[in-house]
Design a protein around this ligand. Structure first.
Ligand SMILES: [Zn+2]
Length: 153
C-alpha cells in the first residue's frame, strides 16, 4: 500500500551508505532501519501507528541523506527514533529485536551456570561453560523462530 514510501526509504538508505564511512553507517543502524521499513510497510494497512511511523521514517531518512557530514547528535537522534519504532513493533506486534535470544541465553546461562557450578560441580568455571552452552542454544532457537515467523526486527 505504501510501497512508494518504502522504496524512497530504501533508496535514501543506500545513498547514505555510499556517502559515509562504514563506521558511521553502523552507528546509524541502517540495516535495522531497512528491516524496520519492511515491517512498517507490511503492517501499515492494518496499523495507523505503523503508517505514521513509515511516513516519519521517510522524512527522517530523506533529511539524513541530504547531509554531507554526520555529527554525533544527528546519529543519536536517528537511533533514538529507530528505537521508538522498535518499541512499538515489540509491544504492539510481538516482534523480537535481533540478538534478543542470544543476550537472553547468555544472561540465563551465566546465572544458572554459576548456581550449578557452586552447588553441583563445585567448580564455577565448569558450571558457567555448561550454562552458557545450554543458554546460547536456547537463545539461538528463540532468534531463529522469530526470524522464521517474520517477527525479527
Ligand atoms: Zn503498528
Amino acid at each position: 500500500m505504501n510501497q512508494k514510501q518504502t522504496r524512497t526509504i530504501m533508496k535514501k538508505i543506500s545513498e547514505i551508505k555510499e556517502k559515509h564511512t562504514k563506521r558511521e553507517v553502523q552507528d546509524l543502524e541502517l540495516d535495522k532501519a531497512e528491516r524496520i521499513a519492511g515491517h512498517l510497510d507490511a503492517l501499515s494497512p492494518k496499523c495507523t501507528d505503523c503508517r505514521n511511523y513509515l511516513e516519519e521514517l521517510k522524512k527522517e531518512t530523506v533529511n539524513l541523506a541530504v547531509l554531507n557530514e554526520l555529527d554525533s547528535k544527528t546519529i543519536l537522534n536517528y537511533r533514538e527514533f529507530l528505537q521508538t519504532i522498535c518499541n512499538h513493533l515489540k509491544e504492539k506486534h510481538e516482534m523480537v529485536q535481533e540478538g534478543t535470544g542470544t543476550s537472553l541465553g547468555i544472561a540465563i546461562g551465566v546465572a544458572v551456570g554459576v548456581a550449578l557450578g557452586l552447588s553441583v560441580f563445585n567448580n564455577i568455571a565448569v558450571g558457567i561453560a555448561l550454562g552458557l552452552a545450554v543458554g546460547l542454544s536456547l537463545g539461538a532457537g528463540i532468534d531463529s523462530r522469530a526470524k522464521k515467523n517474520g517477527k525479527m526486527i
